[in-house]
Design a protein around this ligand. Structure first.
Ligand code: PBG
Length: 322
């Protein structure tokens, strides 16, 4: 035999030399769930190890994560039904607990990279990402609401806005509004290829944000399609996005690769709630090793071309390195 690929696997030292992909805590963004009140820490039933925090405890959690090297956080709010309406008007109420918490996080930890979510669903009595009229999700009318929400979040000090709504034209609309309003340094990580996925289930439990009727298939992408991801990526790039995101990650590694091969902007991937919960559920049964599965999953996402990974495993990953 002339060629013996096993020679490059013969010891850990050799394996390390030929290793092509490496993961770092610097690649990760940790999604966090915020609730109103104080001294509250409530585990999400379908996401063992993941909690909804009130602002005071979230600040402590962020500090603990920073001590482990995590420097980027994406905060999602869980609103009570009583504050939801069809226009998501609570989303731009300057006194709302989400905006107050974002402001406080940046004040206490100016060095963190703080990301927020731009979409109507946490505040919408319809549970949809856009404005609903007569059973339809209206695109252009939604942009106005997303714009107000974006300005309020930028004003609170957010570093990266994350429009997760999949309305057409929202990146350009938000970019213009930010620039006109003196927020030209606020970045946009567009949820570029966000698929209508079963894997968001546990997240909707965490936020009580499931749609009240129908599904999200008229705005989120069809899991059968990949060419469409290139159209979305071109539009987001033209409209001024700073990062492109693919979501979910694991069933869409080919899409991550497609965008990273074809688009110069950095590509992020969202390792979503259901992808986390599957591992935790199997590990709880003793059916697989959570740490090893986590490492393999995160590595596969990075290997497929993602520069950045949003993952509920971020803290566990950081703790492994300690
Ligand atoms: C909503 C939003 C969702 C997620 C992030 N932003 C859910 C949805 O579109 O229904 C999912 C994140 C996850 O599952 O971890 N705009």
């Amino acid at each position: 035999m002339q060629r013996r690929p096993r020679r490059n696997r013969k010891s850990e030292a050799v394996r390390n030399l030929v290793e092509e992909t490496s993961l770092s805590v610097k690649d990760l963004i940790f999604p966090l769930f915020l609730i109103d009140g104080s001294n509250k820490k409530v585990e999400v039933n379908s996401m063992p190890g993941i909690f909804r925090y009130s602002q005071d405890l979230m600040l402590k959690e962020i500090e603990a994560c920073m001590n482990l090297g995590i420097m980027a956080f994406d905060v999602f709010p869980a609103y009570p039904e009583s504050l939801k309406d069809s226009n998501a008007s609570e989303s731009y109420n300057p006194g709302t607990f989400y905006l107050k918490a974002l402001r406080e996080i940046k004040k206490q930890f100016p060095e963190v990279c703080l990301m927020s979510d731009v979409a109507m669903d946490p505040y919408s009595s319809d549970g949809h990402d856009g404005l609903v009229k007569g059973g339809k999700i209206l695109n252009d009318e939604t942009l106005e609401i997303l714009g107000r929400m974006s300005l309020a979040q930028a004003d609170a000090g957010v570093d990266i806005l994350g429009p997760s709504d999949m309305m057409d034209g929202r990146v350009g609309y938000i970019r213009n509004l930010l620039d006109e309003s003196g927020f030209s340094d606020t970045s946009i990580m567009s949820y570029t290829a966000k698929y209508a996925s079963a894997f968001y289930g546990p997240f909707r439990d965490a936020l009580d944000s499931a749609p009240k009727f129908g599904d999200k298939k008229t705005y989120q992408m069809n899991p059968a399609n990949s060419q469409e991801a290139l159209i979305e990526a071109d539009l987001d790039t033209e409209e001024g996005a700073d990062f492109l995101m693919v979501k979910p990650a694991l069933s869409y590694l080919d899409i991550i690769k497609l965008l990273s091969d074809n688009c110069p902007l950095p590509v992020a991937a969202y390792n979503v709630s259901g992808e986390y919960s599957m591992v935790k559920a199997a590990a709880a049964q003793g059916w697989l090793d959570s740490d090893r599965a986590m490492l393999e999953i995160l590595l596969s996402i990075k290997r497929s071309g993602a520069k950045i990974i949003l993952s509920y495993f971020a803290k566990e990953y950081a703790l492994l390195g300690k």
